[in-house]
Design a protein around this ligand. Structure first.
Ligand code: ZN
Length: 476
């Protein structure tokens, strides 16, 4: 067992995963082997298995190139790999975790190609895009980008910063970690070990004559308060926060004891986003809408929708089970005077705030999702998965004064059951728009997705070495 093949194995896995568009590579120690999995479009899938005897060498190799302590395997570690692997320019974050079966390692591949494509490539609908441009054109105020981890917040933030990055502007960021180096910006890395936290850096930043401040994330009350104060004293502040939508963001800030009068005058807008899988335009199918779907479209968009596109579970040679890539579903709330005044009121009820937001000219996340179903970008199932549709319908009902129909939930469940029971169902318009060329192609896809399932027993590193397959790139 020489070292060279392990080096190749690691390089191949990283390079191939990156080419396939993976966001993460997992090395999971199992009892008999090391499982390698990759995450593409949000879903983890098995990539290859590596015999247990090579596990330590492989993990050590990763730790070595990630600048981690290779002699320490009992404590979690963080590192990063920057550089060129097999001709691919890569930036990654690496994390290890001691588990009962051994050291688990995850490599996150940071892909900024999307941030560099510009703001208009982020999938904002026309209305939202106009609001966003208006918000970032103001010299002060605070703009919050919200969403869960992996919802593309950083991409949006960096895209905005690039628009603001002009030579007459002083932009300072405080981040943990700095995910992308942008020329012309002053980026500060938080280092809590030496007491350099968000709040400390922020206080210094304010003495550095900034125009625009990016706070990587608002995690605590102190940071929230400084952020709000900075925006009031004539700075444009951008930050991210872990919440689901505009409403929960406002609630969260109030929970962090940010004073209402400060918040109401500081807040310019909230951009919330989630990622939905895109349906493959080459093999998508058209289906009649179910009664439940009709109801959702009617309530949220006031539209009668008879048919929508759906992903073709069979897929084609250009996608994975009918999906390919992801699209952002967004909600852009620009704070208007009405909402501003309401925020100021001490005894503002949640329902009243809901009503204000939902009846302002905002396109809610659900509405944006439904619009993106209508234009054939994503499927109803995807939207239903990422948005609490029934919760939103409840709010629409309250606003419209319609008694909430509890059957709505049951209808959805019934539809699900029907779907499972008899597949060639009533309202499926099964003919795909464009048929996959040959059936064999479908099989081929499955085969290649699992790359090397191969012999699991005695495999030498030479055998593991993953070969370049010509079609792999298109398929994954
Ligand atoms: Zn397809």
């Amino acid at each position: 067992m020489t070292k060279t093949p392990i080096v190749n194995v690691v390089d191949d896995i990283i390079a191939n995963a990156s080419k396939a568009g993976a966001s993460d590579i997992h090395f999971d120690p199992r009892e008999d082997y090391l499982m390698v999995r990759i995450r593409i479009d949000g879903d983890l899938r098995d990539y290859t298995k590596i015999p247990k005897i090579y596990e330590r060498n492989l993990i050590t190799r990763i730790k070595l190139i990630a600048n981690m302590n290779i002699t320490e395997s009992r404590l979690p570690q963080d590192g990063s790999i920057k550089g060129t692997i097999k001709g691919i320019n890569l930036e990654t974050r690496v994390s290890t975790l001691p588990t009962n079966e051994g050291e688990k390692c995850v490599i996150r591949i940071l892909d900024y190609s999307r941030s560099l494509e510009g703001l208009d490539a982020l999938g904002f609908n026309e209305d939202n895009f106009k609001k966003l441009k208006k918000m970032i054109a103001e010299p002060n105020g605070i703009i919050l980008i919200t969403g869960a981890t992996g919802s593309g917040k950083s991409t949006t933030v960096y895209s905005i910063l690039q628009v603001l990055n002009k030579k007459e502007t002083n932009i300072i960021t405080v981040e943990d970690p700095i995910e992308m180096n942008l020329e012309g910006l002053n980026q500060v890395q938080v280092n809590s070990e030496i007491g350099l936290d968000f709040a400390t850096v922020l206080r210094s930043i304010l003495r550095q004559d900034p125009n625009v401040i990016l706070i990587g994330e608002i995690r605590d009350s102190e940071t929230a308060k400084i952020a709000v104060r900075a925006s009031i004293t004539g700075h444009l502040v951008l930050s991210t926060i872990h919440t689901n939508n505009s409403l929960s963001t406002i609630e969260r800030l109030l929970d962090m004891n940010v004073e209402r009068y400060l918040l109401s005058s500081a807040l310019s807008g909230i951009i919330s986003q989630k990622l939905a899988k895109m349906i493959c335009p080459h093999c998508r199918i058209k289906e009649k809408t179910t009664p439940y779907q009709k109801k959702v479209f009617k309530m949220a968009l006031d539209k009668d929708v008879e048919e929508i596109y759906n992903a073709n579970p069979k897929g084609c040679d250009k996608c994975n089970n009918g999906y390919h890539g992801r699209i952002a579903i967004q909600e852009v709330l620009m704070i208007n005077d009405e909402i501003r005044n309401a925020l100021n009121e001490e005894n503002l009820e949640k329902d009243d705030l809901n009503k204000l937001v939902y009846t302002s000219d905002v396109i809610t996340m659900l509405q944006d999702g439904l619009l993106k179903i209508l234009d054939g970008s994503t499927s109803f199932d995807e939207i239903y998965k990422i948005i609490d549709v029934d919760d939103d319908l409840d709010i629409y009902c309250k606003i419209k004064g319609i008694k909430y129909n509890e059957n709505v939930h049951e209808e959805k469940q019934e539809e699900e059951i029907n779907k499972d029971e008899d597949k060639p169902n009533t309202n499926l318009n099964i003919e795909p728009e464009i048929k996959p060329e040959k059936n064999e192609d479908v099989n081929k896809t499955n085969e290649q997705v699992q790359i090397i399932e191969g012999p699991t027993e005695v495999v030498t590193p030479e055998v593991i070495t993953i070969e370049e397959k010509p079609k792999e790139e298109e398929i994954l």
